[in-house]
Write a protein that binds this ligand. Structure first.
Ligand code: ZN
Length: 293
């Protein structure tokens, strides 16, 4: 079995590994391996519940010292997405599909707007990790990572309404949100009436001649004051689509994408085909197993 992605095996000796031997979270940390063979041997012998790998590369990974650089990560957890059309309490097929849809949108922006090339997607078992390994980004510290997070999610209300660049990005995120709303979500800054009014008017959303949406499209329908509240609420909601703590943490460990000898059915695998990936085919999440038994 040789399913460790290349972006994982390259410079593997500079990463810190963590293991969960009992199914209670990673308790065995600061492990290192000189090459992928040594790691595989360990996994075969110990069959841990789950394996974790640092986003960081160190000259001394065993002591987590002499930091060199870290992957930039965006963590989309299906059960934490504030707007999803299923409104379920756990994780279902719908919210996993909508997490993947979000991941695709963010990856488009990372590649298209920021010119990033080494962008990988991993199915985490309950959502998706976008992992970026472009060198110039990996050397950046937390502050710029936070700025990138805000940009790709659309976490700031644009300063103008010309549907280009960031304004266009924001309006697209907003329209997506509006079409996924059920009216039952709890969105800070939007009361039930505002939520209902927005949903009532969503079928009137039209693209203009250049194929873009107009930012002011709801203003006439809901009034200027509520419109401003709506935009502020959407910016906040956008930021909460991704777990920001993960993006700014240079020393985090993430589940290792591999199906090698894990005791749990909940698999963590690299998504090679973004259009055709089906988590139910490649990796069976835990809740499905529970339902069967
Ligand atoms: Zn769901």
């Amino acid at each position: 079995m040789n399913d460790l992605p290349k972006f994982i095996t390259k410079d593997i000796h500079k990463r810190e590994f963590g293991f969960d031997h009992y199914g209670k979270g990673p308790n065995d940390r600061y492990k290192t391996f000189s090459n992928k063979r040594a790691l595989k041997k360990f996994l075969r012998a110990k069959t841990p519940f789950a394996t974790y790998i640092s986003v960081a590369f160190y000259n001394e990974p065993r002591r987590r010292q002499d930091w060199q650089h870290s992957e930039l990560v965006f963590d989309i957890d299906a059960k934490d997405i504030p707007i999803r059309s299923c409104n379920c309490d756990n994780v279902c097929e719908t919210c996993l599909n909508e997490s993947l849809e979000l991941a695709r949108i963010y990856i488009d922006t990372l590649k298209g707007d920021l010119g990033l090339k080494n962008v990988y997607l991993v199915y985490s078992g309950r959502g998706y990790h976008i992992r970026v390994l472009d060198q110039f980004i990996m050397e950046e510290e937390s502050e710029l990572r936070g700025e990138i997070l805000k940009y790709i999610t659309g976490a700031d209300v644009p300063t103008n309404e010309i549907p280009l660049g960031y304004t266009n990005l924001f309006i697209n995120r907003l329209v997506r949100n509006v079409f996924h709303m059920t009216g039952k979500e709890k969105i800070e800054g939007m009361n039930t009436n505002l939520l209902k009014d927005v949903i009532k008017n969503r079928d009137k959303i039209e693209k203009s001649k250049n194929g873009n949406y107009q930012l002011g499209l709801f203003r006439d329908k809901i009034g200027p004051r509520r419109y401003k509240n709506f935009l502020d609420a959407m910016a906040r909601v956008n930021l909460s689509m991704v777990d920001g703590k993960v993006s700014i943490d240079l020393k985090r460990i993430l589940r290792l994408p591999s199906s090698l000898h894990s005791k749990v059915s909940m698999k963590c695998v690299e998504v090679k085909n973004l259009e055709k990936f089906d988590p139910f085919k490649y990796a069976v999440p835990k809740f499905v197993e529970e339902r069967k038994s």
